[in-house]
Design a protein around this ligand. Structure first.
Ligand SMILES: NC(=O)c1ccc[n+]([C@@H]2O[C@H](COP(=O)([O-])OP(=O)(O)OC[C@H]3O[C@@H](n4cnc5c(N)ncnc54)[C@H](OP(=O)(O)O)[C@@H]3O)[C@@H](O)[C@H]2O)c1
Length: 338
């Protein structure tokens, strides 16, 4: 155990993409747990697009990170000091923490992961963590995907999107993904079994390209990106289509000047479509069956995934920004401790 706790603090609300000057590095003593608390040595921090919203004054579905506080993140780590019987020293846990070597935790926000399932620890921050629960409950409870339907997913080569598309294939659906770059598109079709992938970076007319794959429209669209991608999707809905709004990463750095909304909302009426937002925390209290199903699919080789693990707490701000350029290959995370 190191004797120093290193942390990244948020000291300025970012304008656009976060900059080095928005953060400050602090070193202090390893914290002691108070009554009802335990201390976790952080091993990995997930790099999640939602963190960008937490940096804004308005926050998103969680309050903003206070200025001067450590940058909030979903982490995985080992309990090293504890005043809570249910979380003994040595337990591997995951939940809300920070870009830090050590975090003080309370039960409810951080809990044990099923290490007995025998996966690499990073798996519990991807398919067997909030990313997997987002894909599973978003697709089946918000998207209400049925066997054999037509499924469109954006951000398809990302953590959530790549799982969504594969779950669609498991259910016998036709699945088309939208992703940035030839290599990501190749991975989707050749290794994950998507029926087709559209490289939005080189497509002149995304709406027409979606229509080419779904001449009668899609039944479910799983939305991770927003902006022009959403508008192109709305052009191509089947009657009674469902759109599950999971994220809109294309606008996360534009909170001061958000892009205009889709101009074709009329089509929602024409197609009697259903648009619904999803928030993974609504499902976490009952995510057990979803995780068991995902675990079975992984063990059966039906669900594949990639993690892109970068090293070193000192690199956190730089690594985080890769989310917005797509310069990562699989679910992005940072290794902070051994
Ligand atoms: N609602 C919830 O509870 C919940 C929970 C978890 C995640 N989410 C959302 O799910 C989405 C995916 O999250 P993730 O953790 O799996 O991240 P991710 O997809 O692994 O990484 C983000 C990806 O977004 C794409 N992207 C970035 N800027 C873009 C732009 N301007 N236009 C199009 N694509 C862009 C990039 O892929 P390309 O290289 O393909 O461009 C990038 O790799 C995010 O919108 C996130 O906010 C929601």
């Amino acid at each position: 155990m190191t004797e120093t706790n290193r942390e990244w603090l948020l000291v300025k609300r970012p304008e656009g993409e976060p900059k080095a000057s928005d953060y400050e590095w602090r070193e202090s003593a390893v914290p002691e747990p108070g009554p009802g608390e335990f201390v976790v040595r952080v091993l990995y921090a997930a790099m999640d697009p939602a963190q960008r919203g937490w940096m804004d004054a308005s926050g998103n579905y969680m309050p903003p990170i206070p200025l001067g506080a450590p940058v909030r993140a979903v982490v995985l780590g080992r309990v090293v000091k504890s005043n809570v019987d249910a979380h003994p020293v040595g337990q591997i846990v995951s939940g809300l923490g920070a870009w830090a070597d050590y975090v003080i935790c309370k039960p409810g926000y951080v809990g044990p992961v099923p290490v007995e399932w025998g996966h690499d620890l990073t798996t519990y921050l991807h398919p067997l963590g909030a990313v997997g629960a987002t894909a599973y409950y978003g697709l089946f409870e918000i998207g209400k995907l049925k066997d054999g339907e037509n499924l469109l997913v954006s951000g398809a080569a990302g953590g959530v999107g790549s799982l969504v598309g594969q779950m669609g294939k498991i259910k016998g659906c036709k699945v088309v993904g939208i992703a940035g770059g030839a290599e990501k598109c190749r991975w989707l079709t050749e290794e994950l079994g998507f029926d087709a992938a559209i490289d939005y970076r080189v497509t002149d007319n995304l709406s027409a390209e979606i229509g080419r794959h779904f001449p009668n429209g899609f039944d479910v669209y799983f939305e991770n990106v927003g902006g022009p991608t959403l508008e192109a999707a709305i052009d191509n809905m089947a009657l009674h289509a469902r759109i599950a709004i999971c994220g809109m990463i294309s606008a996360y750095n534009d909170s001061h000047n958000p892009p205009p909304g889709p101009r074709n909302m009329w089509n929602i009426l024409v197609k009697r479509a259903h648009v619904e937002g999803l928030l993974v925390s609504d499902y976490m209290h009952r995510a057990g069956p979803g995780y068991q199903q995902i675990n079975e699919w992984i063990k059966a080789g039906k669900l594949k995934f990639k993690v892109d693990v970068r090293e070193g707490l000192e690199n956190a701000p730089e690594v985080f920004n890769k989310l917005f350029s797509g310069a990562h290959d699989g679910k992005l995370m940072l290794k902070i401790g051994d």
